[in-house]
Design a protein around this ligand. Structure first.
Ligand SMILES: [Mg+2]
Length: 259
């Protein structure tokens, strides 16, 4: 069967986070947050006062936990820009003075980018990622897409640009931009459509991912699926019960499945 499209997941499929652990993630976000706070102070949006900063952090972390739980349940994505906006709104409700007129969309994007900047430094492409994408991009009849469940679109784009891989993709979709997360069918259909393909073409397309959200979501809409096995297990990992699931250890193995 002729393959017309291939869609990759980002994290732990094309790029990996070295020695991932909850502590390491938390440390990245802590360091990112100090950069965001520095920007908030520089722009004089919030006062440089310990009590305000402490309250801002408490509100932000609480809101982040609420959004995270909600996202797991509803599969809605709550972008980091929204998280900053909500936290600043709540800080104002608490009676603090906020320079609201300075909180424009592009500044929220800067805050989010800074917040994810330390995480951004940790993601590295796998050895064979570039070779694989390069080889696939030479097939003129094949469309290449990416779907990432990430709350900040810019972070994914920056990483692809920095590693000179952005141009291999016909379409880059993140849950931050789309508003819903994998395994929701809509995000797959949206991506196929933007690749110039229809729902009927799903069976001629392959999804490559490392977790249940990728595999179950794509399987549900009739795509072919390939599981990239990860070195690390995630906490609370969902089991994938699909018979005869194709499993690969290294990303270049996908080339065998494209005719
Ligand atoms: Mg992944």
């Amino acid at each position: 069967m002729k393959i017309r499209g291939i869609i990759f997941d980002f994290g732990f499929t094309l790029f990996s986070f070295e020695n991932p652990s909850i502590e390491k993630y938390l440390d990245c976000f802590r360091r990112g947050m100090s950069k965001s706070i520095k920007a908030l102070k520089q722009e004089k949006i919030i006062e440089d006062n310990n009590q305000i900063l402490e309250d801002f952090l408490t509100i932000f972390n609480k809101k982040r936990a609420t959004y995270f739980k909600l996202a797991m349940k509803t599969k809605d994505e709550f972008p980091t820009t929204l998280l900053f906006k909500s936290a600043l709104d709540l800080l104002k409700e608490k009676g603090y003075e906020i320079q609201e007129e300075k909180i424009k969309e592009d500044f929220l994007e800067t805050l989010a980018e800074l917040y994810h900047s330390c995480e951004e430094e940790e993601w590295k492409p796998d050895d064979k990622t570039k070779f694989t994408l390069e080889s696939l991009s030479k097939i003129s009849t094949l469309k290449i897409g990416l779907i990432s469940n990430h709350p900040n679109h810019k972070t994914i784009k920056n990483l692809l640009k920095k590693n000179e891989m952005k141009d291999y993709f016909d379409v880059i979709v993140t849950s931050a931009k789309f508003g819903k997360r994998k395994p929701i069918s809509g995000i797959f259909f949206h991506t196929l459509k933007r690749m110039g393909l229809s729902k009927k073409d799903a069976e001629h397309c392959i999804m490559v991912g490392d977790e249940a959200a990728d595999i179950i979501g794509a399987n549900r809409i009739g795509m072919q699926i390939i599981l990239k096995e990860r070195e690390y297990e995630f906490p609370y990992e969902k089991e994938i019960k699909i018979p005869n699931l194709i499993r690969i250890k290294s990303i270049e193995e996908v080339l065998q499945y494209i005719d």
